[in-house]
Design a protein around this ligand. Structure first.
Ligand code: ADP
Ligand code: MG
Length: 293
């Protein structure tokens, strides 16, 4: 392949806000047969919005939100900024957290004032214990609204759940169609979120497969499995996606919000907040390879 065609391809991609890290990345992009998308922040806007607070009997919604937002100050996850924004809107004063541990793709633990908190997915907060009735209702409501459910455990007590709307990006259906018309035969979703929320979106977009409840290392396994079958492109946004992006034949980071770990792990970074750039990247790479022969 003539390097000049690759240089042309890389600079053409750059004009669309697509940063391709060299000729190897462009070549891998051109070969793509399967595309795997992360859900939250990639297929969906990621600028999630708090829509409801569910509480255990006797708990105060403001207290649940204040404690969760205090802890989330330590996280860069998309839900963290939504939770902090909601607390700010209600004028709640936050406390600095300490001893925070983040389990990427499932949630956080740490201290806020005198309290030991755990904030995250139902699986992280309840483990294998059956959730109490109010929490089961909260989960059902989250499913109806296809919202993310973030549970708050205070000193070992399930105190409340924050429901966050996680809407599809407006360009997502078109971005999927564009990939199909580029000839991509297999389009999958892999997410840390619950199966019901993920499957609703998978069905709406007519995806070929949905893998839910996947930890960051499960995402790597999923990518490696696909990559064995056909050259696989993984698209993700958060730091929890960085290992999967690195494991894929080619990794694309949605980098407009500056999640630097995923951008560093990726071969291609999309610098504008637009998912349709994914199929453009593939198309540009294919053209560059076409010219190069
Ligand atoms: P996706 O794979 O779709 O991007 P994530 O793996 O980022 O989703 O997150 C999966 C789930 O883990 C979220 O829906 C949320 O319930 C929980 N979660 C992850 N990080 C956090 C956090 N910082 N605070 C609260 N919940 C979190
Ligand atoms: Mg994500």
């Amino acid at each position: 392949a003539a390097p000049v065609a690759f240089i042309a391809g890389v600079s053409q991609a750059a004009r669309h806000g697509i940063l391709v890290k060299g000729g190897g990345a462009l070549e891998a992009l051109a070969r793509t047969a399967t595309v795997m998308f992360d859900k939250t922040g990639t297929l969906t806007v990621g600028g999630a919005r708090l829509v409801a607070i569910e509480t255990a009997p006797g708990e105060s919604a403001d207290d649940v939100l204040r404690l969760a937002a205090s802890l989330e100050q330590a996280s860069h996850h998309v839900v963290a900024s939504a939770i902090m924004a909601a607390a700010a809107e209600r004028g709640l004063a936050l406390t600095l957290p300490s001893e925070v541990r983040e389990n990427l793709g499932s949630g956080l633990e740490g201290r806020v004032g005198p309290h030991l908190l755990r904030v995250g997915s139902p699986a992280m907060v309840f483990g294998t214990v059956r959730p109490p009735d109010w929490a089961v209702r909260a989960l059902r409501r989250a499913s109806w609204r296809s919202a993310l459910a973030v549970f708050v455990l205070v000193d070992g007590r399930p105190a409340g759940a924050l429901l966050l709307a996680d809407e599809l990006r407006k360009e997502t259906p078109r971005a999927i169609q564009m990939l199909r018309s580029t000839g991509i035969a297999r389009i999958m979703m892999v997410t840390g979120d619950r199966a019901d929320a993920a499957e609703t979106i998978g069905a709406a977009l007519d995806l070929d497969g949905v893998l839910a409840d996947r930890s960051p290392s499960d995402k790597v396994d999923a990518v490696v499995t696909e990559q064995r079958l056909a050259p696989t492109l993984m698209v993700g946004d958060g730091i929890n996606d960085a290992p999967a992006l690195a494991a894929a034949g080619v990794g694309i980071a949605m980098g407009a919000r500056g999640a630097s770990a995923s951008s560093q792990a990726a071969d291609v970074v999309i610098l504008v907040d637009r998912l349709d750039r994914v199929s453009q990247a593939v198309a540009v790479a294919r053209r560059a390879r076409g010219i190069a022969v």
